[in-house]
Write a protein that binds this ligand. Sequence first.
Ligand SMILES: [Zn+2]
Length: 162
Amino acid sequence: MTKTCVYLIGDHVDACKIGIASNVKNRLGQMRTHNIASLSIFGTWWFGTGNEARQVERYLHAALRKHRVRGEWFRIKPDDALELIDRLIVDGGITPLKTFRRRQPSKATPKKIFFLRLVCPGCGHKSRSDLTAKEIWRSRFKCSACGSAVLGRQVLKAVSSA
Ligand SMILES: [Zn+2]
């Protein structure tokens, strides 16, 4: 009875491997010697036994079969795979002992689902932007309601003080 995890190891583009290991860092080390691309652990889901982990691995492999390249390798962005696996774990009523997720680097490409709220300091008109805070800070805006020219940092200040 060895604690075993289902791991998601990927490059930083669109290649992912889903497998099981009791020592995932060793596994990554072995893989690095065979792969040119830089690989990272994107997620681990831990289970009490190897059998349990094996069952979850099979379930995930089957669910992701349309992305399969060969063996345990899948052509999918690691972030997308992570999101998908999290959903499959919940849908499958699976409760891992613990999970780990790679912290996203702060300069990850902004996703359209995240919007920052902007408030015009002149008239209070609210709008939303999918730009990052840094991009907003550097930009100039023209309020679509009152027409005043506003610096990005003023808009952000209004947001953070709201
Ligand atoms: Zn305005």
